[in-house]
Write a protein that binds this ligand. Structure first.
Ligand SMILES: [Fe+2]
Length: 438
């Protein structure tokens, strides 16, 4: 494993230069008549040129060849279960839970070939919507790179380390870390053995840190804990190198004869980054009642409605539970948002069985959900002493204001849907009595 270096901060104006080529980054301007070392200048725009300054995202890349040197794109079918057709299966409002998705073992599958869309809503053409994918792979991408023209990828590894080479440099991302690779950024993923994880793709805009309101200037995910790679160039001629593009929900391939990871220096605020979920500073009730899960928001992609997210990325980390005279687990709930959950490791408090690492659940808009009977019965009787909960676990939620549809792969083909999920609530007892004091 290489000893990788990173730049620290979220949304910062970064600058990075491969130490093998000092002075590669122009000083005082973006586009000199001739760049140092014969490099080409190329801007990658992540927002409209005229976006307000606080939302304006762009980076300048100084590269050996401009990205435009490639043969025409042709339709590719390397990931046959990647789709944005939300009408493949009938709408299904039921609580859905999937057993762990199978990682291929009989054939070699790389990160892109292993992309499977589970559910989603909206359309990248109108720049509004999300897609939730899982990646199930066992092989490294060789002489190929991927980028999405449709949206930003928030990648949540569950099993296996991802060694991600990007145009901006290299990142190593382990389970309990996440990576965000934004629209248009080219990357390649190397893995070592069976590898599985989740992806939240957002079409509307970029992820931000949530506002903290009365919490103050610090807490939840702190900006300094986000890490961006440093410039590292690859000056190789590679005949037949494939650039795979996700465009309007379909994949396309174009060949070129060199590595696209030939950026010698770059600067800007539109960058890939990673974050260790272990650095999340948890806020919670220290008196009574269960807080809404928004206190656990790591990143949010906001909609145009104030306070309403296209999608939030929320985690349930190890923490102390100290509330008194309270039912401590999550409350019974119906929500005008859709809640997709996954489990990175361990077991989730409200459902000790059935919801397993590498599996998932979806509680759709206004569909009731909450603790199963075992959890309810135990928590209703438990002595409310301080307790460290979720030790050794990490569950997460992609919560969206959009009403998502499950793909045919998610509903049928994957064969992981648990038809008996609803049973976990059927034995909740009727406790109603004539007694005022229970
Ligand atoms: Fe909920």
């Amino acid at each position: 494993m290489e000893d990788l270096k990173y730049l620290s901060g979220f949304g910062s104006e970064f600058a990075s230069e491969d130490p093998r080529k000092p002075g590669a980054l122009p000083v005082g301007q973006n586009s000199p008549q001739r760049c140092a070392y014969g490099l080409y200048a190329e801007q990658l725009s992540g927002s409209a040129f005229t976006a307000p300054r606080h939302d304006n995202k762009r980076s300048w890349l100084y590269r050996i060849r401009p990205s435009v040197i490639h043969k025409p794109f042709k339709r590719s079918n390397v990931a046959r279960y990647l789709t944005h057709n939300w009408d493949e299966a009938d709408p299904d409002p039921n609580q859905s839970r999937w057993y762990p998705f199978d990682i291929p073992s009989s054939k070699q599958v790389d990160f892109v070939g292993g992309l499977h869309t589970v559910c989603g809503a909206g359309d990248p053409r109108s720049r509004h919507g999300i897609a939730i994918h899982v990646y199930l792979c066992n092989d490294s991408m060789r002489n190929s790179a991927f980028y999405s023209s449709d949206g930003d990828f928030l990648i949540v590894p569950q099993q296996g380390v991802l060694n991600i080479t990007t145009e901006f440099g290299k990142m190593e991302v382990r389970p309990n870390e996440i990576a965000v690779i934004q629209q248009g950024m080219r990357f390649s993923v190397a893995v070592n053995g069976p590898t599985r994880g989740y992806i939240l793709e957002v079409f509307d805009g970029h992820f931000k840190l949530p506002d903290l309101g009365p919490i103050g200037a610090n807490g939840l995910a702190n900006p300094r804990d986000f890490l961006t790679p440093v410039a590292h160039y690859d000056d190789r001629d590679i005949p037949g190198f494939k650039i795979v593009n996700k465009y309007q929900g379909a994949l396309f391939e174009a060949e070129q004869n060199h590595s696209p990871f030939d950026v010698v220096a770059w600067h800007g605020n539109y960058v890939p980054y990673k974050y260790d979920l272990g650095n999340f500073m948890v806020i919670n009730s220290v008196s009574f009642d269960h807080c809404d899960p928004s206190i656990f928001t790591v990143l949010t992609c906001s909609s145009v409605k104030p306070g309403v997210a296209i999608a939030d990325f929320v985690i349930f980390p190890p923490r102390w539970s100290v509330q008194e005279n309270t039912f401590r687990p999550p409350y019974y709930h119906r929500n005008c948002m859709s809640e997709f959950m996954g489990l990175i490791l361990g077991s989730y408090e409200a459902k000790e069985g059935g919801f397993l690492p590498g599996g998932a659940s979806l509680h759709s808009m206004m569909t009731p959900h909450g603790p199963d009977d075992k959890c309810f019965n135990a928590a209703s009787q438990a002595a409310l002493v301080p307790q460290k909960i979720a030790v050794g676990t990490q569950a997460f939620m992609f919560e969206s204001s959009l009403s998502m549809a499950i793909t045919k792969w998610g509903a049928e083909t994957c064969q992981k849907l648990d038809a008996k999920y609803y049973e976990c609530w059927q034995n909740l007892p009727k406790l109603f009595t004539d007694q005022l004091d229970v």
